[in-house]
Design a binder for this molecule. Structure first.
Ligand code: FAD
Length: 252
């Protein structure tokens, strides 16, 4: 629903904007609780989980795949009819291990880091909705969120990096402040503190046009039973159940 500045001010007096777009059904959920729930549901249905285990090789074994794994007991292997590669930041490397030419397939991933800064407790309940500024070219802009535990967060930023490193760089503080100040004039620089970060697996490199998730059964490439999920960035979590249903359909 399109809101004029006056309508927006009635809903969120502390937010400054020329206009707004109200999405009454948008919200947040606790990802850890969701994952714990899915974990217990899957176990009840007979799924087995082997945490702390790294896939280090995949080779064809007739109509099946021999997946080589490494854990604290050493290296072993399992044989599977179907392999679903959903290894996030490593999904391009896993596809390569299975024998896919990732340069030709366009699966090479680029790392795009997103940092969060928190605001101190005086900002609690100052704003009652998620606030998204208009999207930027790489990410969807530094937005405002009050987490379910009450913490007030700004982020995520979006910038390409060469290596995986989850350190939150304090030098971004000013940029976060400038960005938040545009829609929340009350914000003060000294109230921001580094919080956390994540890294997106993007299919498009810097300056390239947007590319959607790859979710594909590699039958045509000569790999029946291999399902690749590459470049699953936001909204991959929100869409996770729909993605799982889709994968279930294409693997049968
Ligand atoms: C800053 C940021 C903000 C985001 N915000 C949102 C949001 O608001 N809403 C939303 O819907 N999504 C959001 N996302 C995206 C969301 O987090 C991802 O889409 C989602 O986590 C993808 O899930 P996945 O299972 O495909 O990959 P991942 O969650 O990355 O899981 C991949 C798994 O594979 C494992 N793995 C990797 N290599 C190997 C190997 N060799 N052997 C064995 N295991 C391996 C990893 O350890 C990991 O457990 C955000 C992401 C970032 C970085």
């Amino acid at each position: 629903m399109l809101l004029s500045r006056t309508e927006l001010k009635k809903l969120e007096p502390n937010i400054e904007a020329r206009a707004g777009l109200l999405s009454p059904s948008s919200g947040i959920f606790d990802s850890h609780t969701l994952l714990k729930f899915l974990h217990s549901q899957a176990r009840e249905k007979g799924a087995e989980f082997v945490f702390g285990t790294e896939v280090i090789g995949i080779e064809r074994a007739g109509a099946k795949y021999r997946v080589q794994i490494k854990d604290r007991d050493g290296i072993s292997a399992l044989v599977a009819h179907v392999v679903v590669n959903c290894a996030g930041l490593n999904s391009d490397k896993i596809a390569q291990l299975a024998g896919i030419d990732i340069a030709k397939a366009g699966y090479k991933l680029h790392y795009c880091k997103g940092e969060y800064f928190s605001l101190n407790s005086k900002y609690r309940n100052l704003v009652s909705r998620l606030i998204y500024p208009t999207p930027e070219q790489v990410g969807h802009g530094i937005h405002w969120r009050q987490a379910l535990d009450g913490r007030v967060l700004l982020g995520p930023s979006a910038h390409y990096v060469e290596a995986i490193d989850y350190e939150v760089d304090e030098t971004y503080k000013q940029a976060f402040y400038n960005s938040a100040k545009r829609f929340l004039p009350l914000v003060e620089l000294e109230d921001l503190a580094p919080e956390s970060s994540g890294i997106r697996p993007k299919l498009q490199g810097p300056g390239e046009a947007f590319r959607d998730f790859v979710i594909t059964h590699e039958e045509k490439a000569g790999f029946p039973g291999l399902i690749n999920l590459i470049g699953i960035e936001s909204p991959g979590l929100t869409a996770s159940l729909a993605i799982a249903r889709y994968v279930g359909r294409i693997m049968s």
